[in-house]
Design a protein around this ligand. Structure first.
Ligand code: AHR
Ligand code: AHR
Length: 521
């Protein structure tokens, strides 16, 4: 049995979570839109073609913002193709995913779907094949009330009221060679600054996200962020980060350690953004938009494999990663990293939502189900909102070497002291929720949490996600194989919580104020 202890004090605080920390992502990619959120003719579809079974699961997942329409797709997207009478919309080759895009679903349908899902739309503009002019026209189409050609076109298309989209991405992964019309940091920084200027002149209240590097492992990471922010510091509010955890190395302890690299990635981008602010003698703080995060590796090479002989299918089954118990643990660890940086990470998007590297899977014409990663996300989104406490964790550690290959180079990141326990604590009013990952694959962990100045709460509920088979997954035929179970071995006494965490487990423990005693008569 390993032992770990944690000290939580009411006045040791990271920050408040922004509601936008619990977002997700819908890209025109594979069956994310078509056969995912949108499938006219499906038995559960409504009059708009929105799948009711998927919507029900999305509401359970509770993502707060929804990024759209890409991803790699947006860098070749002409938004005008996706508005107006559906039967008149053009079919186009999508070079990002070697598919045929029917444009049956576009911006207006997405906004309607977001309203039903209870999520705030986060739109990306195309700064690959297009630039500021197309971006400001899309913005005018979406947000201007009326009386101009673009806004009146929206009204004629049937959306009388402006969409009021506040959060916008200035392109996607513009450093990446797999992007349409990749740019250097200088080229992108200038273009993003000018696009941002036009957009904020059109609608001054916007929140804009500039592209950071598409990964920690890109050769220009750091340099890219600094150069881009030199150009667009005054015009933007966020810089983006993307990270996909992998287990290419078939080394589970290292895989579960990888979320700690996300902590460093965040710290590094904060440092770079603040260094640019210092050089500019500005008190402005650029916040972080971690707008793609997940586990993704098994299906990562898929598109590169089909590119030489594309068949241009409509909505092919692409990137349909089947998530295991082990993936859910690594994923949950990444969720803890985001919470513990709530002071600077103000937006985050699980990439993606349905079918393509997603918490929700569907069969076209058939059912929808929850993948393993669905569960930690739903718990974080539901109970992770509030004031994040700076947990002082005292845990035994292990050494790991994480692999993150890029461009044929097997990049390795050595982590000499990975705590077996990874934990976040979030206070919401009188309630306190602990999210705890036991990264020891063999031994249970005796966890002791001391609370200072946090009252004498009682246990309101405790759940664990674990399975002796780390390869266990949820499938169409066995959709409930991996799901949270009650965590029984947890007690609270004299300001101390004691729990036993199973090996390789994700745990959520909720505390609430003691029930009020009726006044003595
Ligand atoms: O989420 C899948 C892809 O990963 C996105 O389209 C792209 O932005 C990233 O490379
Ligand atoms: O991370 C992006 C993806 O990784 C690209 O879409 C693909 O070409 C690469 O393998």
């Amino acid at each position: 049995m390993r032992r770990a202890s944690v000290l939580l004090r009411h006045d040791e605080v990271v920050g408040e979570t922004d509601p936008r920390l619990f977002g997700a992502f819908v890209e025109h990619l594979g069956r994310c839109v078509y056969g995912g959120i949108f499938e006219p003719g499906h038995p559960t579809a409504d009059g708009n073609g929105f799948r009711g079974d998927v919507l029900a699961l999305v509401r359970e997942l509770q993502p707060t913002v929804m990024r759209y329409p890409g991803g790699n797709f947006v860098s070749g997207y002409n938004w005008e193709d996706g508005v107006g009478p559906p039967t008149e919309r053009p079919r186009r080759l999508d070079l990002a995913w070697a598919s045929t895009e029917t444009n049956r679903f576009g911006t207006n349908e997405f906004i309607d779907w977001c309203r039903l899902a209870g999520a705030e739309p986060m739109l990306a503009v195309n700064l690959g094949t297009r630039r500021g002019d197309a971006a400001r026209n899309l913005l005018e189409y979406c947000n201007h009330p009326g009386g101009t050609a673009w806004s009146d076109l929206r009204r004629r298309h049937g959306w009388e009221q402006p969409h009021g989209v506040n959060l916008w991405c200035l392109g996607n992964e513009m450093d990446a060679p797999w992007q349409m019309e990749t740019k250097t940091a200088q080229e992108y920084g200038r273009m993003a600054a000018e696009a941002a200027k036009l957009m904020k002149w059109t609608d001054p209240g916007l929140a804009l996200v500039a592209c950071g590097s598409s990964g920690h492992n890109m050769p220009w990471f750091g340099e890219w962020e600094a150069t881009v922010l030199e150009h667009c510091f005054e015009h933007v509010d966020f810089i983006s980060l993307h990270n996909y955890l992998n287990n290419y190395g078939r080394d589970t302890p290292a895989f579960l350690a990888a979320p700690d690299l996300m902590d460093s990635l965040i710290d590094e981008v904060v440092a770079i953004a603040d260094a640019v602010a210092a050089r500019k003698q500005s008190g402005k703080r650029i916040m972080l938009s971690f707008d793609e995060w997940n586990v993704w590796y098994r299906t990562r090479g898929q598109i590169d494999a089909v590119r030489p002989h594309p068949a241009w299918p409509v909505a092919p089954a692409l990137l349909e990663e089947v998530y295991t118990m082990e993936d859910a643990l690594a994923f949950a660890g990444a969720g803890i990293s985001l919470l513990n940086h709530a002071d600077r990470v103000k937006v985050a998007c699980l990439a993606q939502l349905v079918n393509a590297i997603a918490p929700i899977m569907t069969q076209t014409g058939g059912p929808a189900w929850r993948q393993t990663i669905f569960h930690p996300f739903a718990q974080l989104s539901r109970f992770g909102r509030g004031r994040v406490l700076r947990a002082q964790v005292d845990s035994p550690t292990y050494a790991a070497v994480c692999h993150d290959p890029m461009f044929g180079v097997d990049l390795r990141f050595a982590l000499p002291a990975v705590p077996y326990l990874k934990l976040a604590a979030v206070q919401d009013g009188g309630s306190l929720t602990l999210f705890a990952l036991n990264r020891d694959l063999e031994q249970p962990m005796a966890l002791e949490v001391s609370l200072e100045g946090l009252g004498s709460p009682v246990i309101a509920g405790a759940q664990q996600l674990c399975d002796p088979d780390l390869d266990a997954a949820n499938t169409r035929d066995e959709p409930e194989r991996v799901k949270p179970q009650p965590l029984r071995d947890v007690v609270m006494s004299a300001g101390r919580l004691r729990a036993t965490l199973a090996p390789a487990s994700w745990n959520m423990i909720r505390l609430s104020p003691p029930p009020e005693r009726p006044p003595a008569t």
